[in-house]
Design a binder for this molecule. Sequence first.
Ligand code: TPP
Ligand code: MG
Length: 890
Amino acid sequence: MKNLAPIDAAALEAVETREWLESLDYVVAQGDKARVARLLDALQARARLSGLRPQYSASTPYINTIAPHEQVAMPGDGALERRIKSLVRWNALAMVVRANRESDGIGGHISTYASAATLYEVGFNHFFRGKDGGADADVIFYQGHASPGIYSRAFLEGRFTEEHLRNFRHELRDGGGLSSYPHPWLMPDFWEYPTVSMGIGPLTSIYQARFIKYLHNRGLKTPSEQKVWAFLGDGETDEPESLGAISLAARERLDNLIFVINCNLQRLDGPVRGNGQIVQELESVFRGAGWNVIKCLWGSEWDDLLARDSEGLLVKRMGEVVDGEYQRYITEDGAYLRKHFWGTDPRLLEMVRHLSDDELKKLRLGGHDPVKVYNAYRMATTHQGQPTVILARTIKGYGMGEAGEGKNITHQQKKMNEADLRHFRDRFGIPIPDDRIADAPFFRPDEASPEMKYMRDRRAVLGGSVPKRTVAAPKLTLEMKDVFEEFAAGTGERKASTTMVFVKLLAKLLRDKEIGKLCVPIVPDEARTFGMESLFRAVGIYSSIGQLYEPVDMDTLLYYKEAKDGQILEEGITEAGSLSSFIAAGTAYATHSVNTIPFFIYYSMFGFQRVGDFIWAAADSRCRGFLLGGTAGRTTLAGEGLQHQDGNSHTLALSVPNCKAYDPAYAFELAAIIKDGIKRMYGDGESVFYYLTVMNEQYEMPPMPKGVEDGIIKGLYKFRDATSKGKIPAQLIGSGAILNEVVKAQAMLENYGVAADVWSATSYNELYRDAHRADRWNLLHPTEKPRVPHVTSCLSGTAGPVIAASDYLRSQPDMVSRWVGKPMVTLGTDGFGRSEDRQSLRNFFEVDARHVAAATLSVLHREKQVDAKVVKQAFKDLQIDPEKADPTLV
Ligand SMILES: Cc1ncc(C[n+]2csc(CCOP(=O)(O)OP(=O)(O)O)c2C)c(N)n1
Ligand SMILES: [Mg+2]
């Protein structure tokens, strides 16, 4: 064919394009949407077969997902809702302004809630289900620093007094205060989940939604319309945790989950994506992961303009402006917008010729338009088979005017002068007179006012106020018959590790009549590491769709069984995700009135050290359950080396006030602690949770000595008396796997005339806390009979110095040394681990039996109990090298 002249080519292309489009129009007009989709798929396939690779884009045009003709009219009284919203805005702002006037630097945020007010108010008036209606309440994760708005609404609903608002960020004042952010620990009747450490809310909300399905599928909860809402900032999505599990949400078809991302295009310092478009980026990521994405970008005022955009010029323009420029438009006037947004094409300018500069400025964004937000929520709450994310565009600091609207400083703006306050009042029509405005007084309308009545009515219809945390789970009797007894007997000559003991105990708990079904084993792809594969078959691995394949090991006894009612949460390699499941299961007693008991077992080094902030959130959430740090102990985990060998986690656990951490050595210790823990958490309702280290070293488990249970729980008890062979007294303390080394040292020391008692320290953290509690009480009650710390009552009356060895940092035993009342030396594993066998590692860190014995003799010599000659001989016998490298320095 001969080449066409360019002009002919263009004309031909125009004709061709028209023909293709007309063909498509024809099929569309037939009304069969599925047919259109099939046709487009077929075209794509043909193009690919022809070697064409169209550029991939997962984003759609920069317009609202919901077309105006798909919208429904908003129910309710829009004018009243606007007035209520304005009052919430005002009190939220006044709360922060007044707090900072009174105490400079006390902080708080105005601009975040100002941008999100419509997103929340549409929820409060039409969607968020409360707990009083008998139905399941929605689980809502509020953006942490939007809390002033949430408090303000609670104030308007009559849940808080003016005094509460005055005490925002003054929690210690009389009458109670309001915590800066959502903290169930501090406001246990109000907040349910902590969110302000960015990324925690989104991730935990996904696992919460999945856990709700788990409860349904396992018959622990009746399926309902309950939704999980997670409100987050666009800046927050940069946290890896925020988007880290979105593919899980899609894979699990969590249509009970709705993310609302407040796209105000700004974070703390400046724009989230000044040179790009955060909305488009997020749309691509979420669509790619399989989410239903609803963009809510433009308010109703734009509908008419877009309807007249026959050539797609406006859509194109909307899609090419970068966020930094969009932010600029917020701070500029209508004339600027006309010139810079519309002025790039005369045809665009023509489109808005009928609008004044003022009107141009007033074209709202989608996230500020209740009708658009309502329709987005409506679609999200009825969408099936996928989670939904709503990307709502808003203005940071909306309504703050000169004081901060859209400015880079707005996140930090906590103060407003009289003119700023007046501007805000006028803009939102707050009925506060000129002569009082400077004081920023709180305002609640009359009880009989239409606003109050409307607000109350709406919440009554929706099941009462939110947020609200309640604890209404049934009391458990916790007989746990025949579960724990066998562990007190020991294993005789059979060797076992504490991990094996734990797995056996868990298997027994899983068979318990009352709590068996409530136990939730959670593993991050480590079940085989811990010898738990027998549980795969026994209780099944949870899978919302059952098992669609015949597992490769089907013919074995312990095959990989996935089931819809499977009990194990096999999370794959995600400690953060597993902890989110732990939080969901450990707080279900409050959220779902179901007493699920999570047992999350993982490589101990990848817990507190790796996902400590999630553990902190669990603590704040009043989460219950057991964290099990497996393969624990710096010298007990052989071979794995520096990254895996954990000598740190108990020290890190100490920082979590309601986490009780134990380092048990023997089966009976572990059993006693778990039994006590279940009773405390699920019988007495204590807001604590447990961290237990379990090891993979196998040894004979001795029977439980008489009367030691109390000591095990308190953290220290005498395991074995000295034999009568020696004369020189000493007190040896061991814990975890190192207790065996200490027992061996006891025998070695007999050869040198030393009679050493052996103590087991199951928890230095508990001993330390107990000692400080006693100290504090004694300081505050100087004239009363002093209280004696447990560690003191154990050791102060004994003879000889104390030598304590642990597989963790020396600071563990060191912590209690001042309450021991006598000389004490400590051995521990400070420093980096090594790939080695146990024996070499214990020699390297100087925590083996030889070093315990040598250290004891050394101290006894210092105490003038043992001759130099004896020590020298002992060092020789024990092959102690005094010049060996210091393990903390190499
Ligand atoms: C893990 C973590 N890092 C940093 C912060 C401090 N911080 C609080 S708010 C904020 C900016 C939030 O921006 P965005 O998520 O967009 O919320 P917006 O206020 O704009 O709605 C930052 C950095 C935090 N709370 N948590
Ligand atoms: Mg933001």
